[in-house]
Design a protein around this ligand. Structure first.
Ligand SMILES: NC(=O)c1ccc[n+]([C@@H]2O[C@H](COP(=O)([O-])OP(=O)(O)OC[C@H]3O[C@@H](n4cnc5c(N)ncnc54)[C@H](O)[C@@H]3O)[C@@H](O)[C@H]2O)c1
Length: 248
């Protein structure tokens, strides 16, 4: 696997799964634009780690649910590196609440950050991918978007939305040499899942055939494969990286 001529944008990549994806793509040679929201220091620090690997990297602060920020993210990448070959839609949040107590704001925030962002970033990146007739769009969905999870109606809807979006865009852009796939991680050990109560985590592990939470690296390996030339004939798919969870 060799991505040394490729330029990748990984959204939400200052920590967790996004950071592991950014580092993995750099390991196989890619130039990586690291993105996140909030403070500059954590984003810059991942870009610095990548530069220390002798790869090119740029840190861009942008809120991926904001149309103007997404334009800035993609335009900054193109003005620095001339193109975007790989887009990884990874940024995501949770605002868990049972449906009867879920506020409009909790619904809207999750749908905007977890689903609208995928539309905005994909549309912006496709403008250049279509011209170069090569591209890889990989979006991080979730097992929750496939099997559901109490307290996550907003999150499950957004993640299921990513799956429908992926299958549709795959068909729209296939003739341009662009593949569009999703990864549905199960429970992965990151800040997002560290917040869960210990007893709940033990319960969840019983639903995972492999019996343990995955690591961000497990997801990153799958992303690197889908981004590679070797995966050129795979499009419109959802790859479960979940320890067998969606089959149980
Ligand atoms: N951890 C899991 O078990 C798990 C399972 C399935 C899917 N996922 C998905 O994987 C992705 C990464 O999750 P994680 O566990 O690493 O979570 P995380 O909370 O550690 O990281 C998410 C990153 O996204 C960033 N982000 C949030 N809103 C943003 C915005 N508007 N613009 C730009 N960046 C933004 C955050 O600042 C953070 O750095 C998410 O889409 C999540 O839904 C995670």
């Amino acid at each position: 696997m060799n991505l040394s001529t490729k330029v990748a944008i990984v959204t939400g990549s200052s920590r967790g799964i996004g950071r592991a994806i950014a580092l993995k793509l750099a390991e196989v040679g890619a130039t990586v634009v690291v993105n996140d929201i909030g403070k500059a220091e954590p984003v810059e620090s991942v870009a610095e780690e990548i530069r220390a690997m002798n790869r090119q990297s740029l840190a861009v602060l942008a809120d991926v649910s904001s149309p103007s920020d997404v334009t800035k993210l993609v335009e900054t990448t193109i003005s620095r590196y001339g193109k975007v070959d790989i887009l990884v839609n990874n940024a995501g949040i949770t605002r868990d609440q049972l449906i009867m107590r879920m506020s409009d704001q909790e619904w809207d925030e999750v749908l905007n950050v977890d689903l609208k962002s995928v539309f905005l970033c994909t549309r912006a990146a496709l403008r250049t991918m279509v011209k170069q007739r090569w591209g890889r769009i990989i979006s991080i969905a979730s097992v929750v978007g496939i099997v559901g999870n109490p307290g996550q109606a907003n999150y499950a809807s957004a993640k299921a939305g990513i799956i429908g979006f992926t299958r549709t865009i795959a068909k729209e852009v296939a003739s341009r040499g662009i593949t569009v796939n999703a990864i549905a991680p199960g429970f992965i050990d990151t800040d997002m899942t560290r917040r869960l109560r210990e007893e709940w985590k033990q319960q969840l592990k019983k639903q995972i055939p492999l019996g343990y939470f995955g690591s961000p690296r497990d997801v990153a390996e799958a992303v690197a494969f889908l981004a590679s030339e070797e995966a050129r004939y795979i499009t419109g798919q959802v790859l479960n990286v979940d320890g067998g969870m969606a089959t149980s």
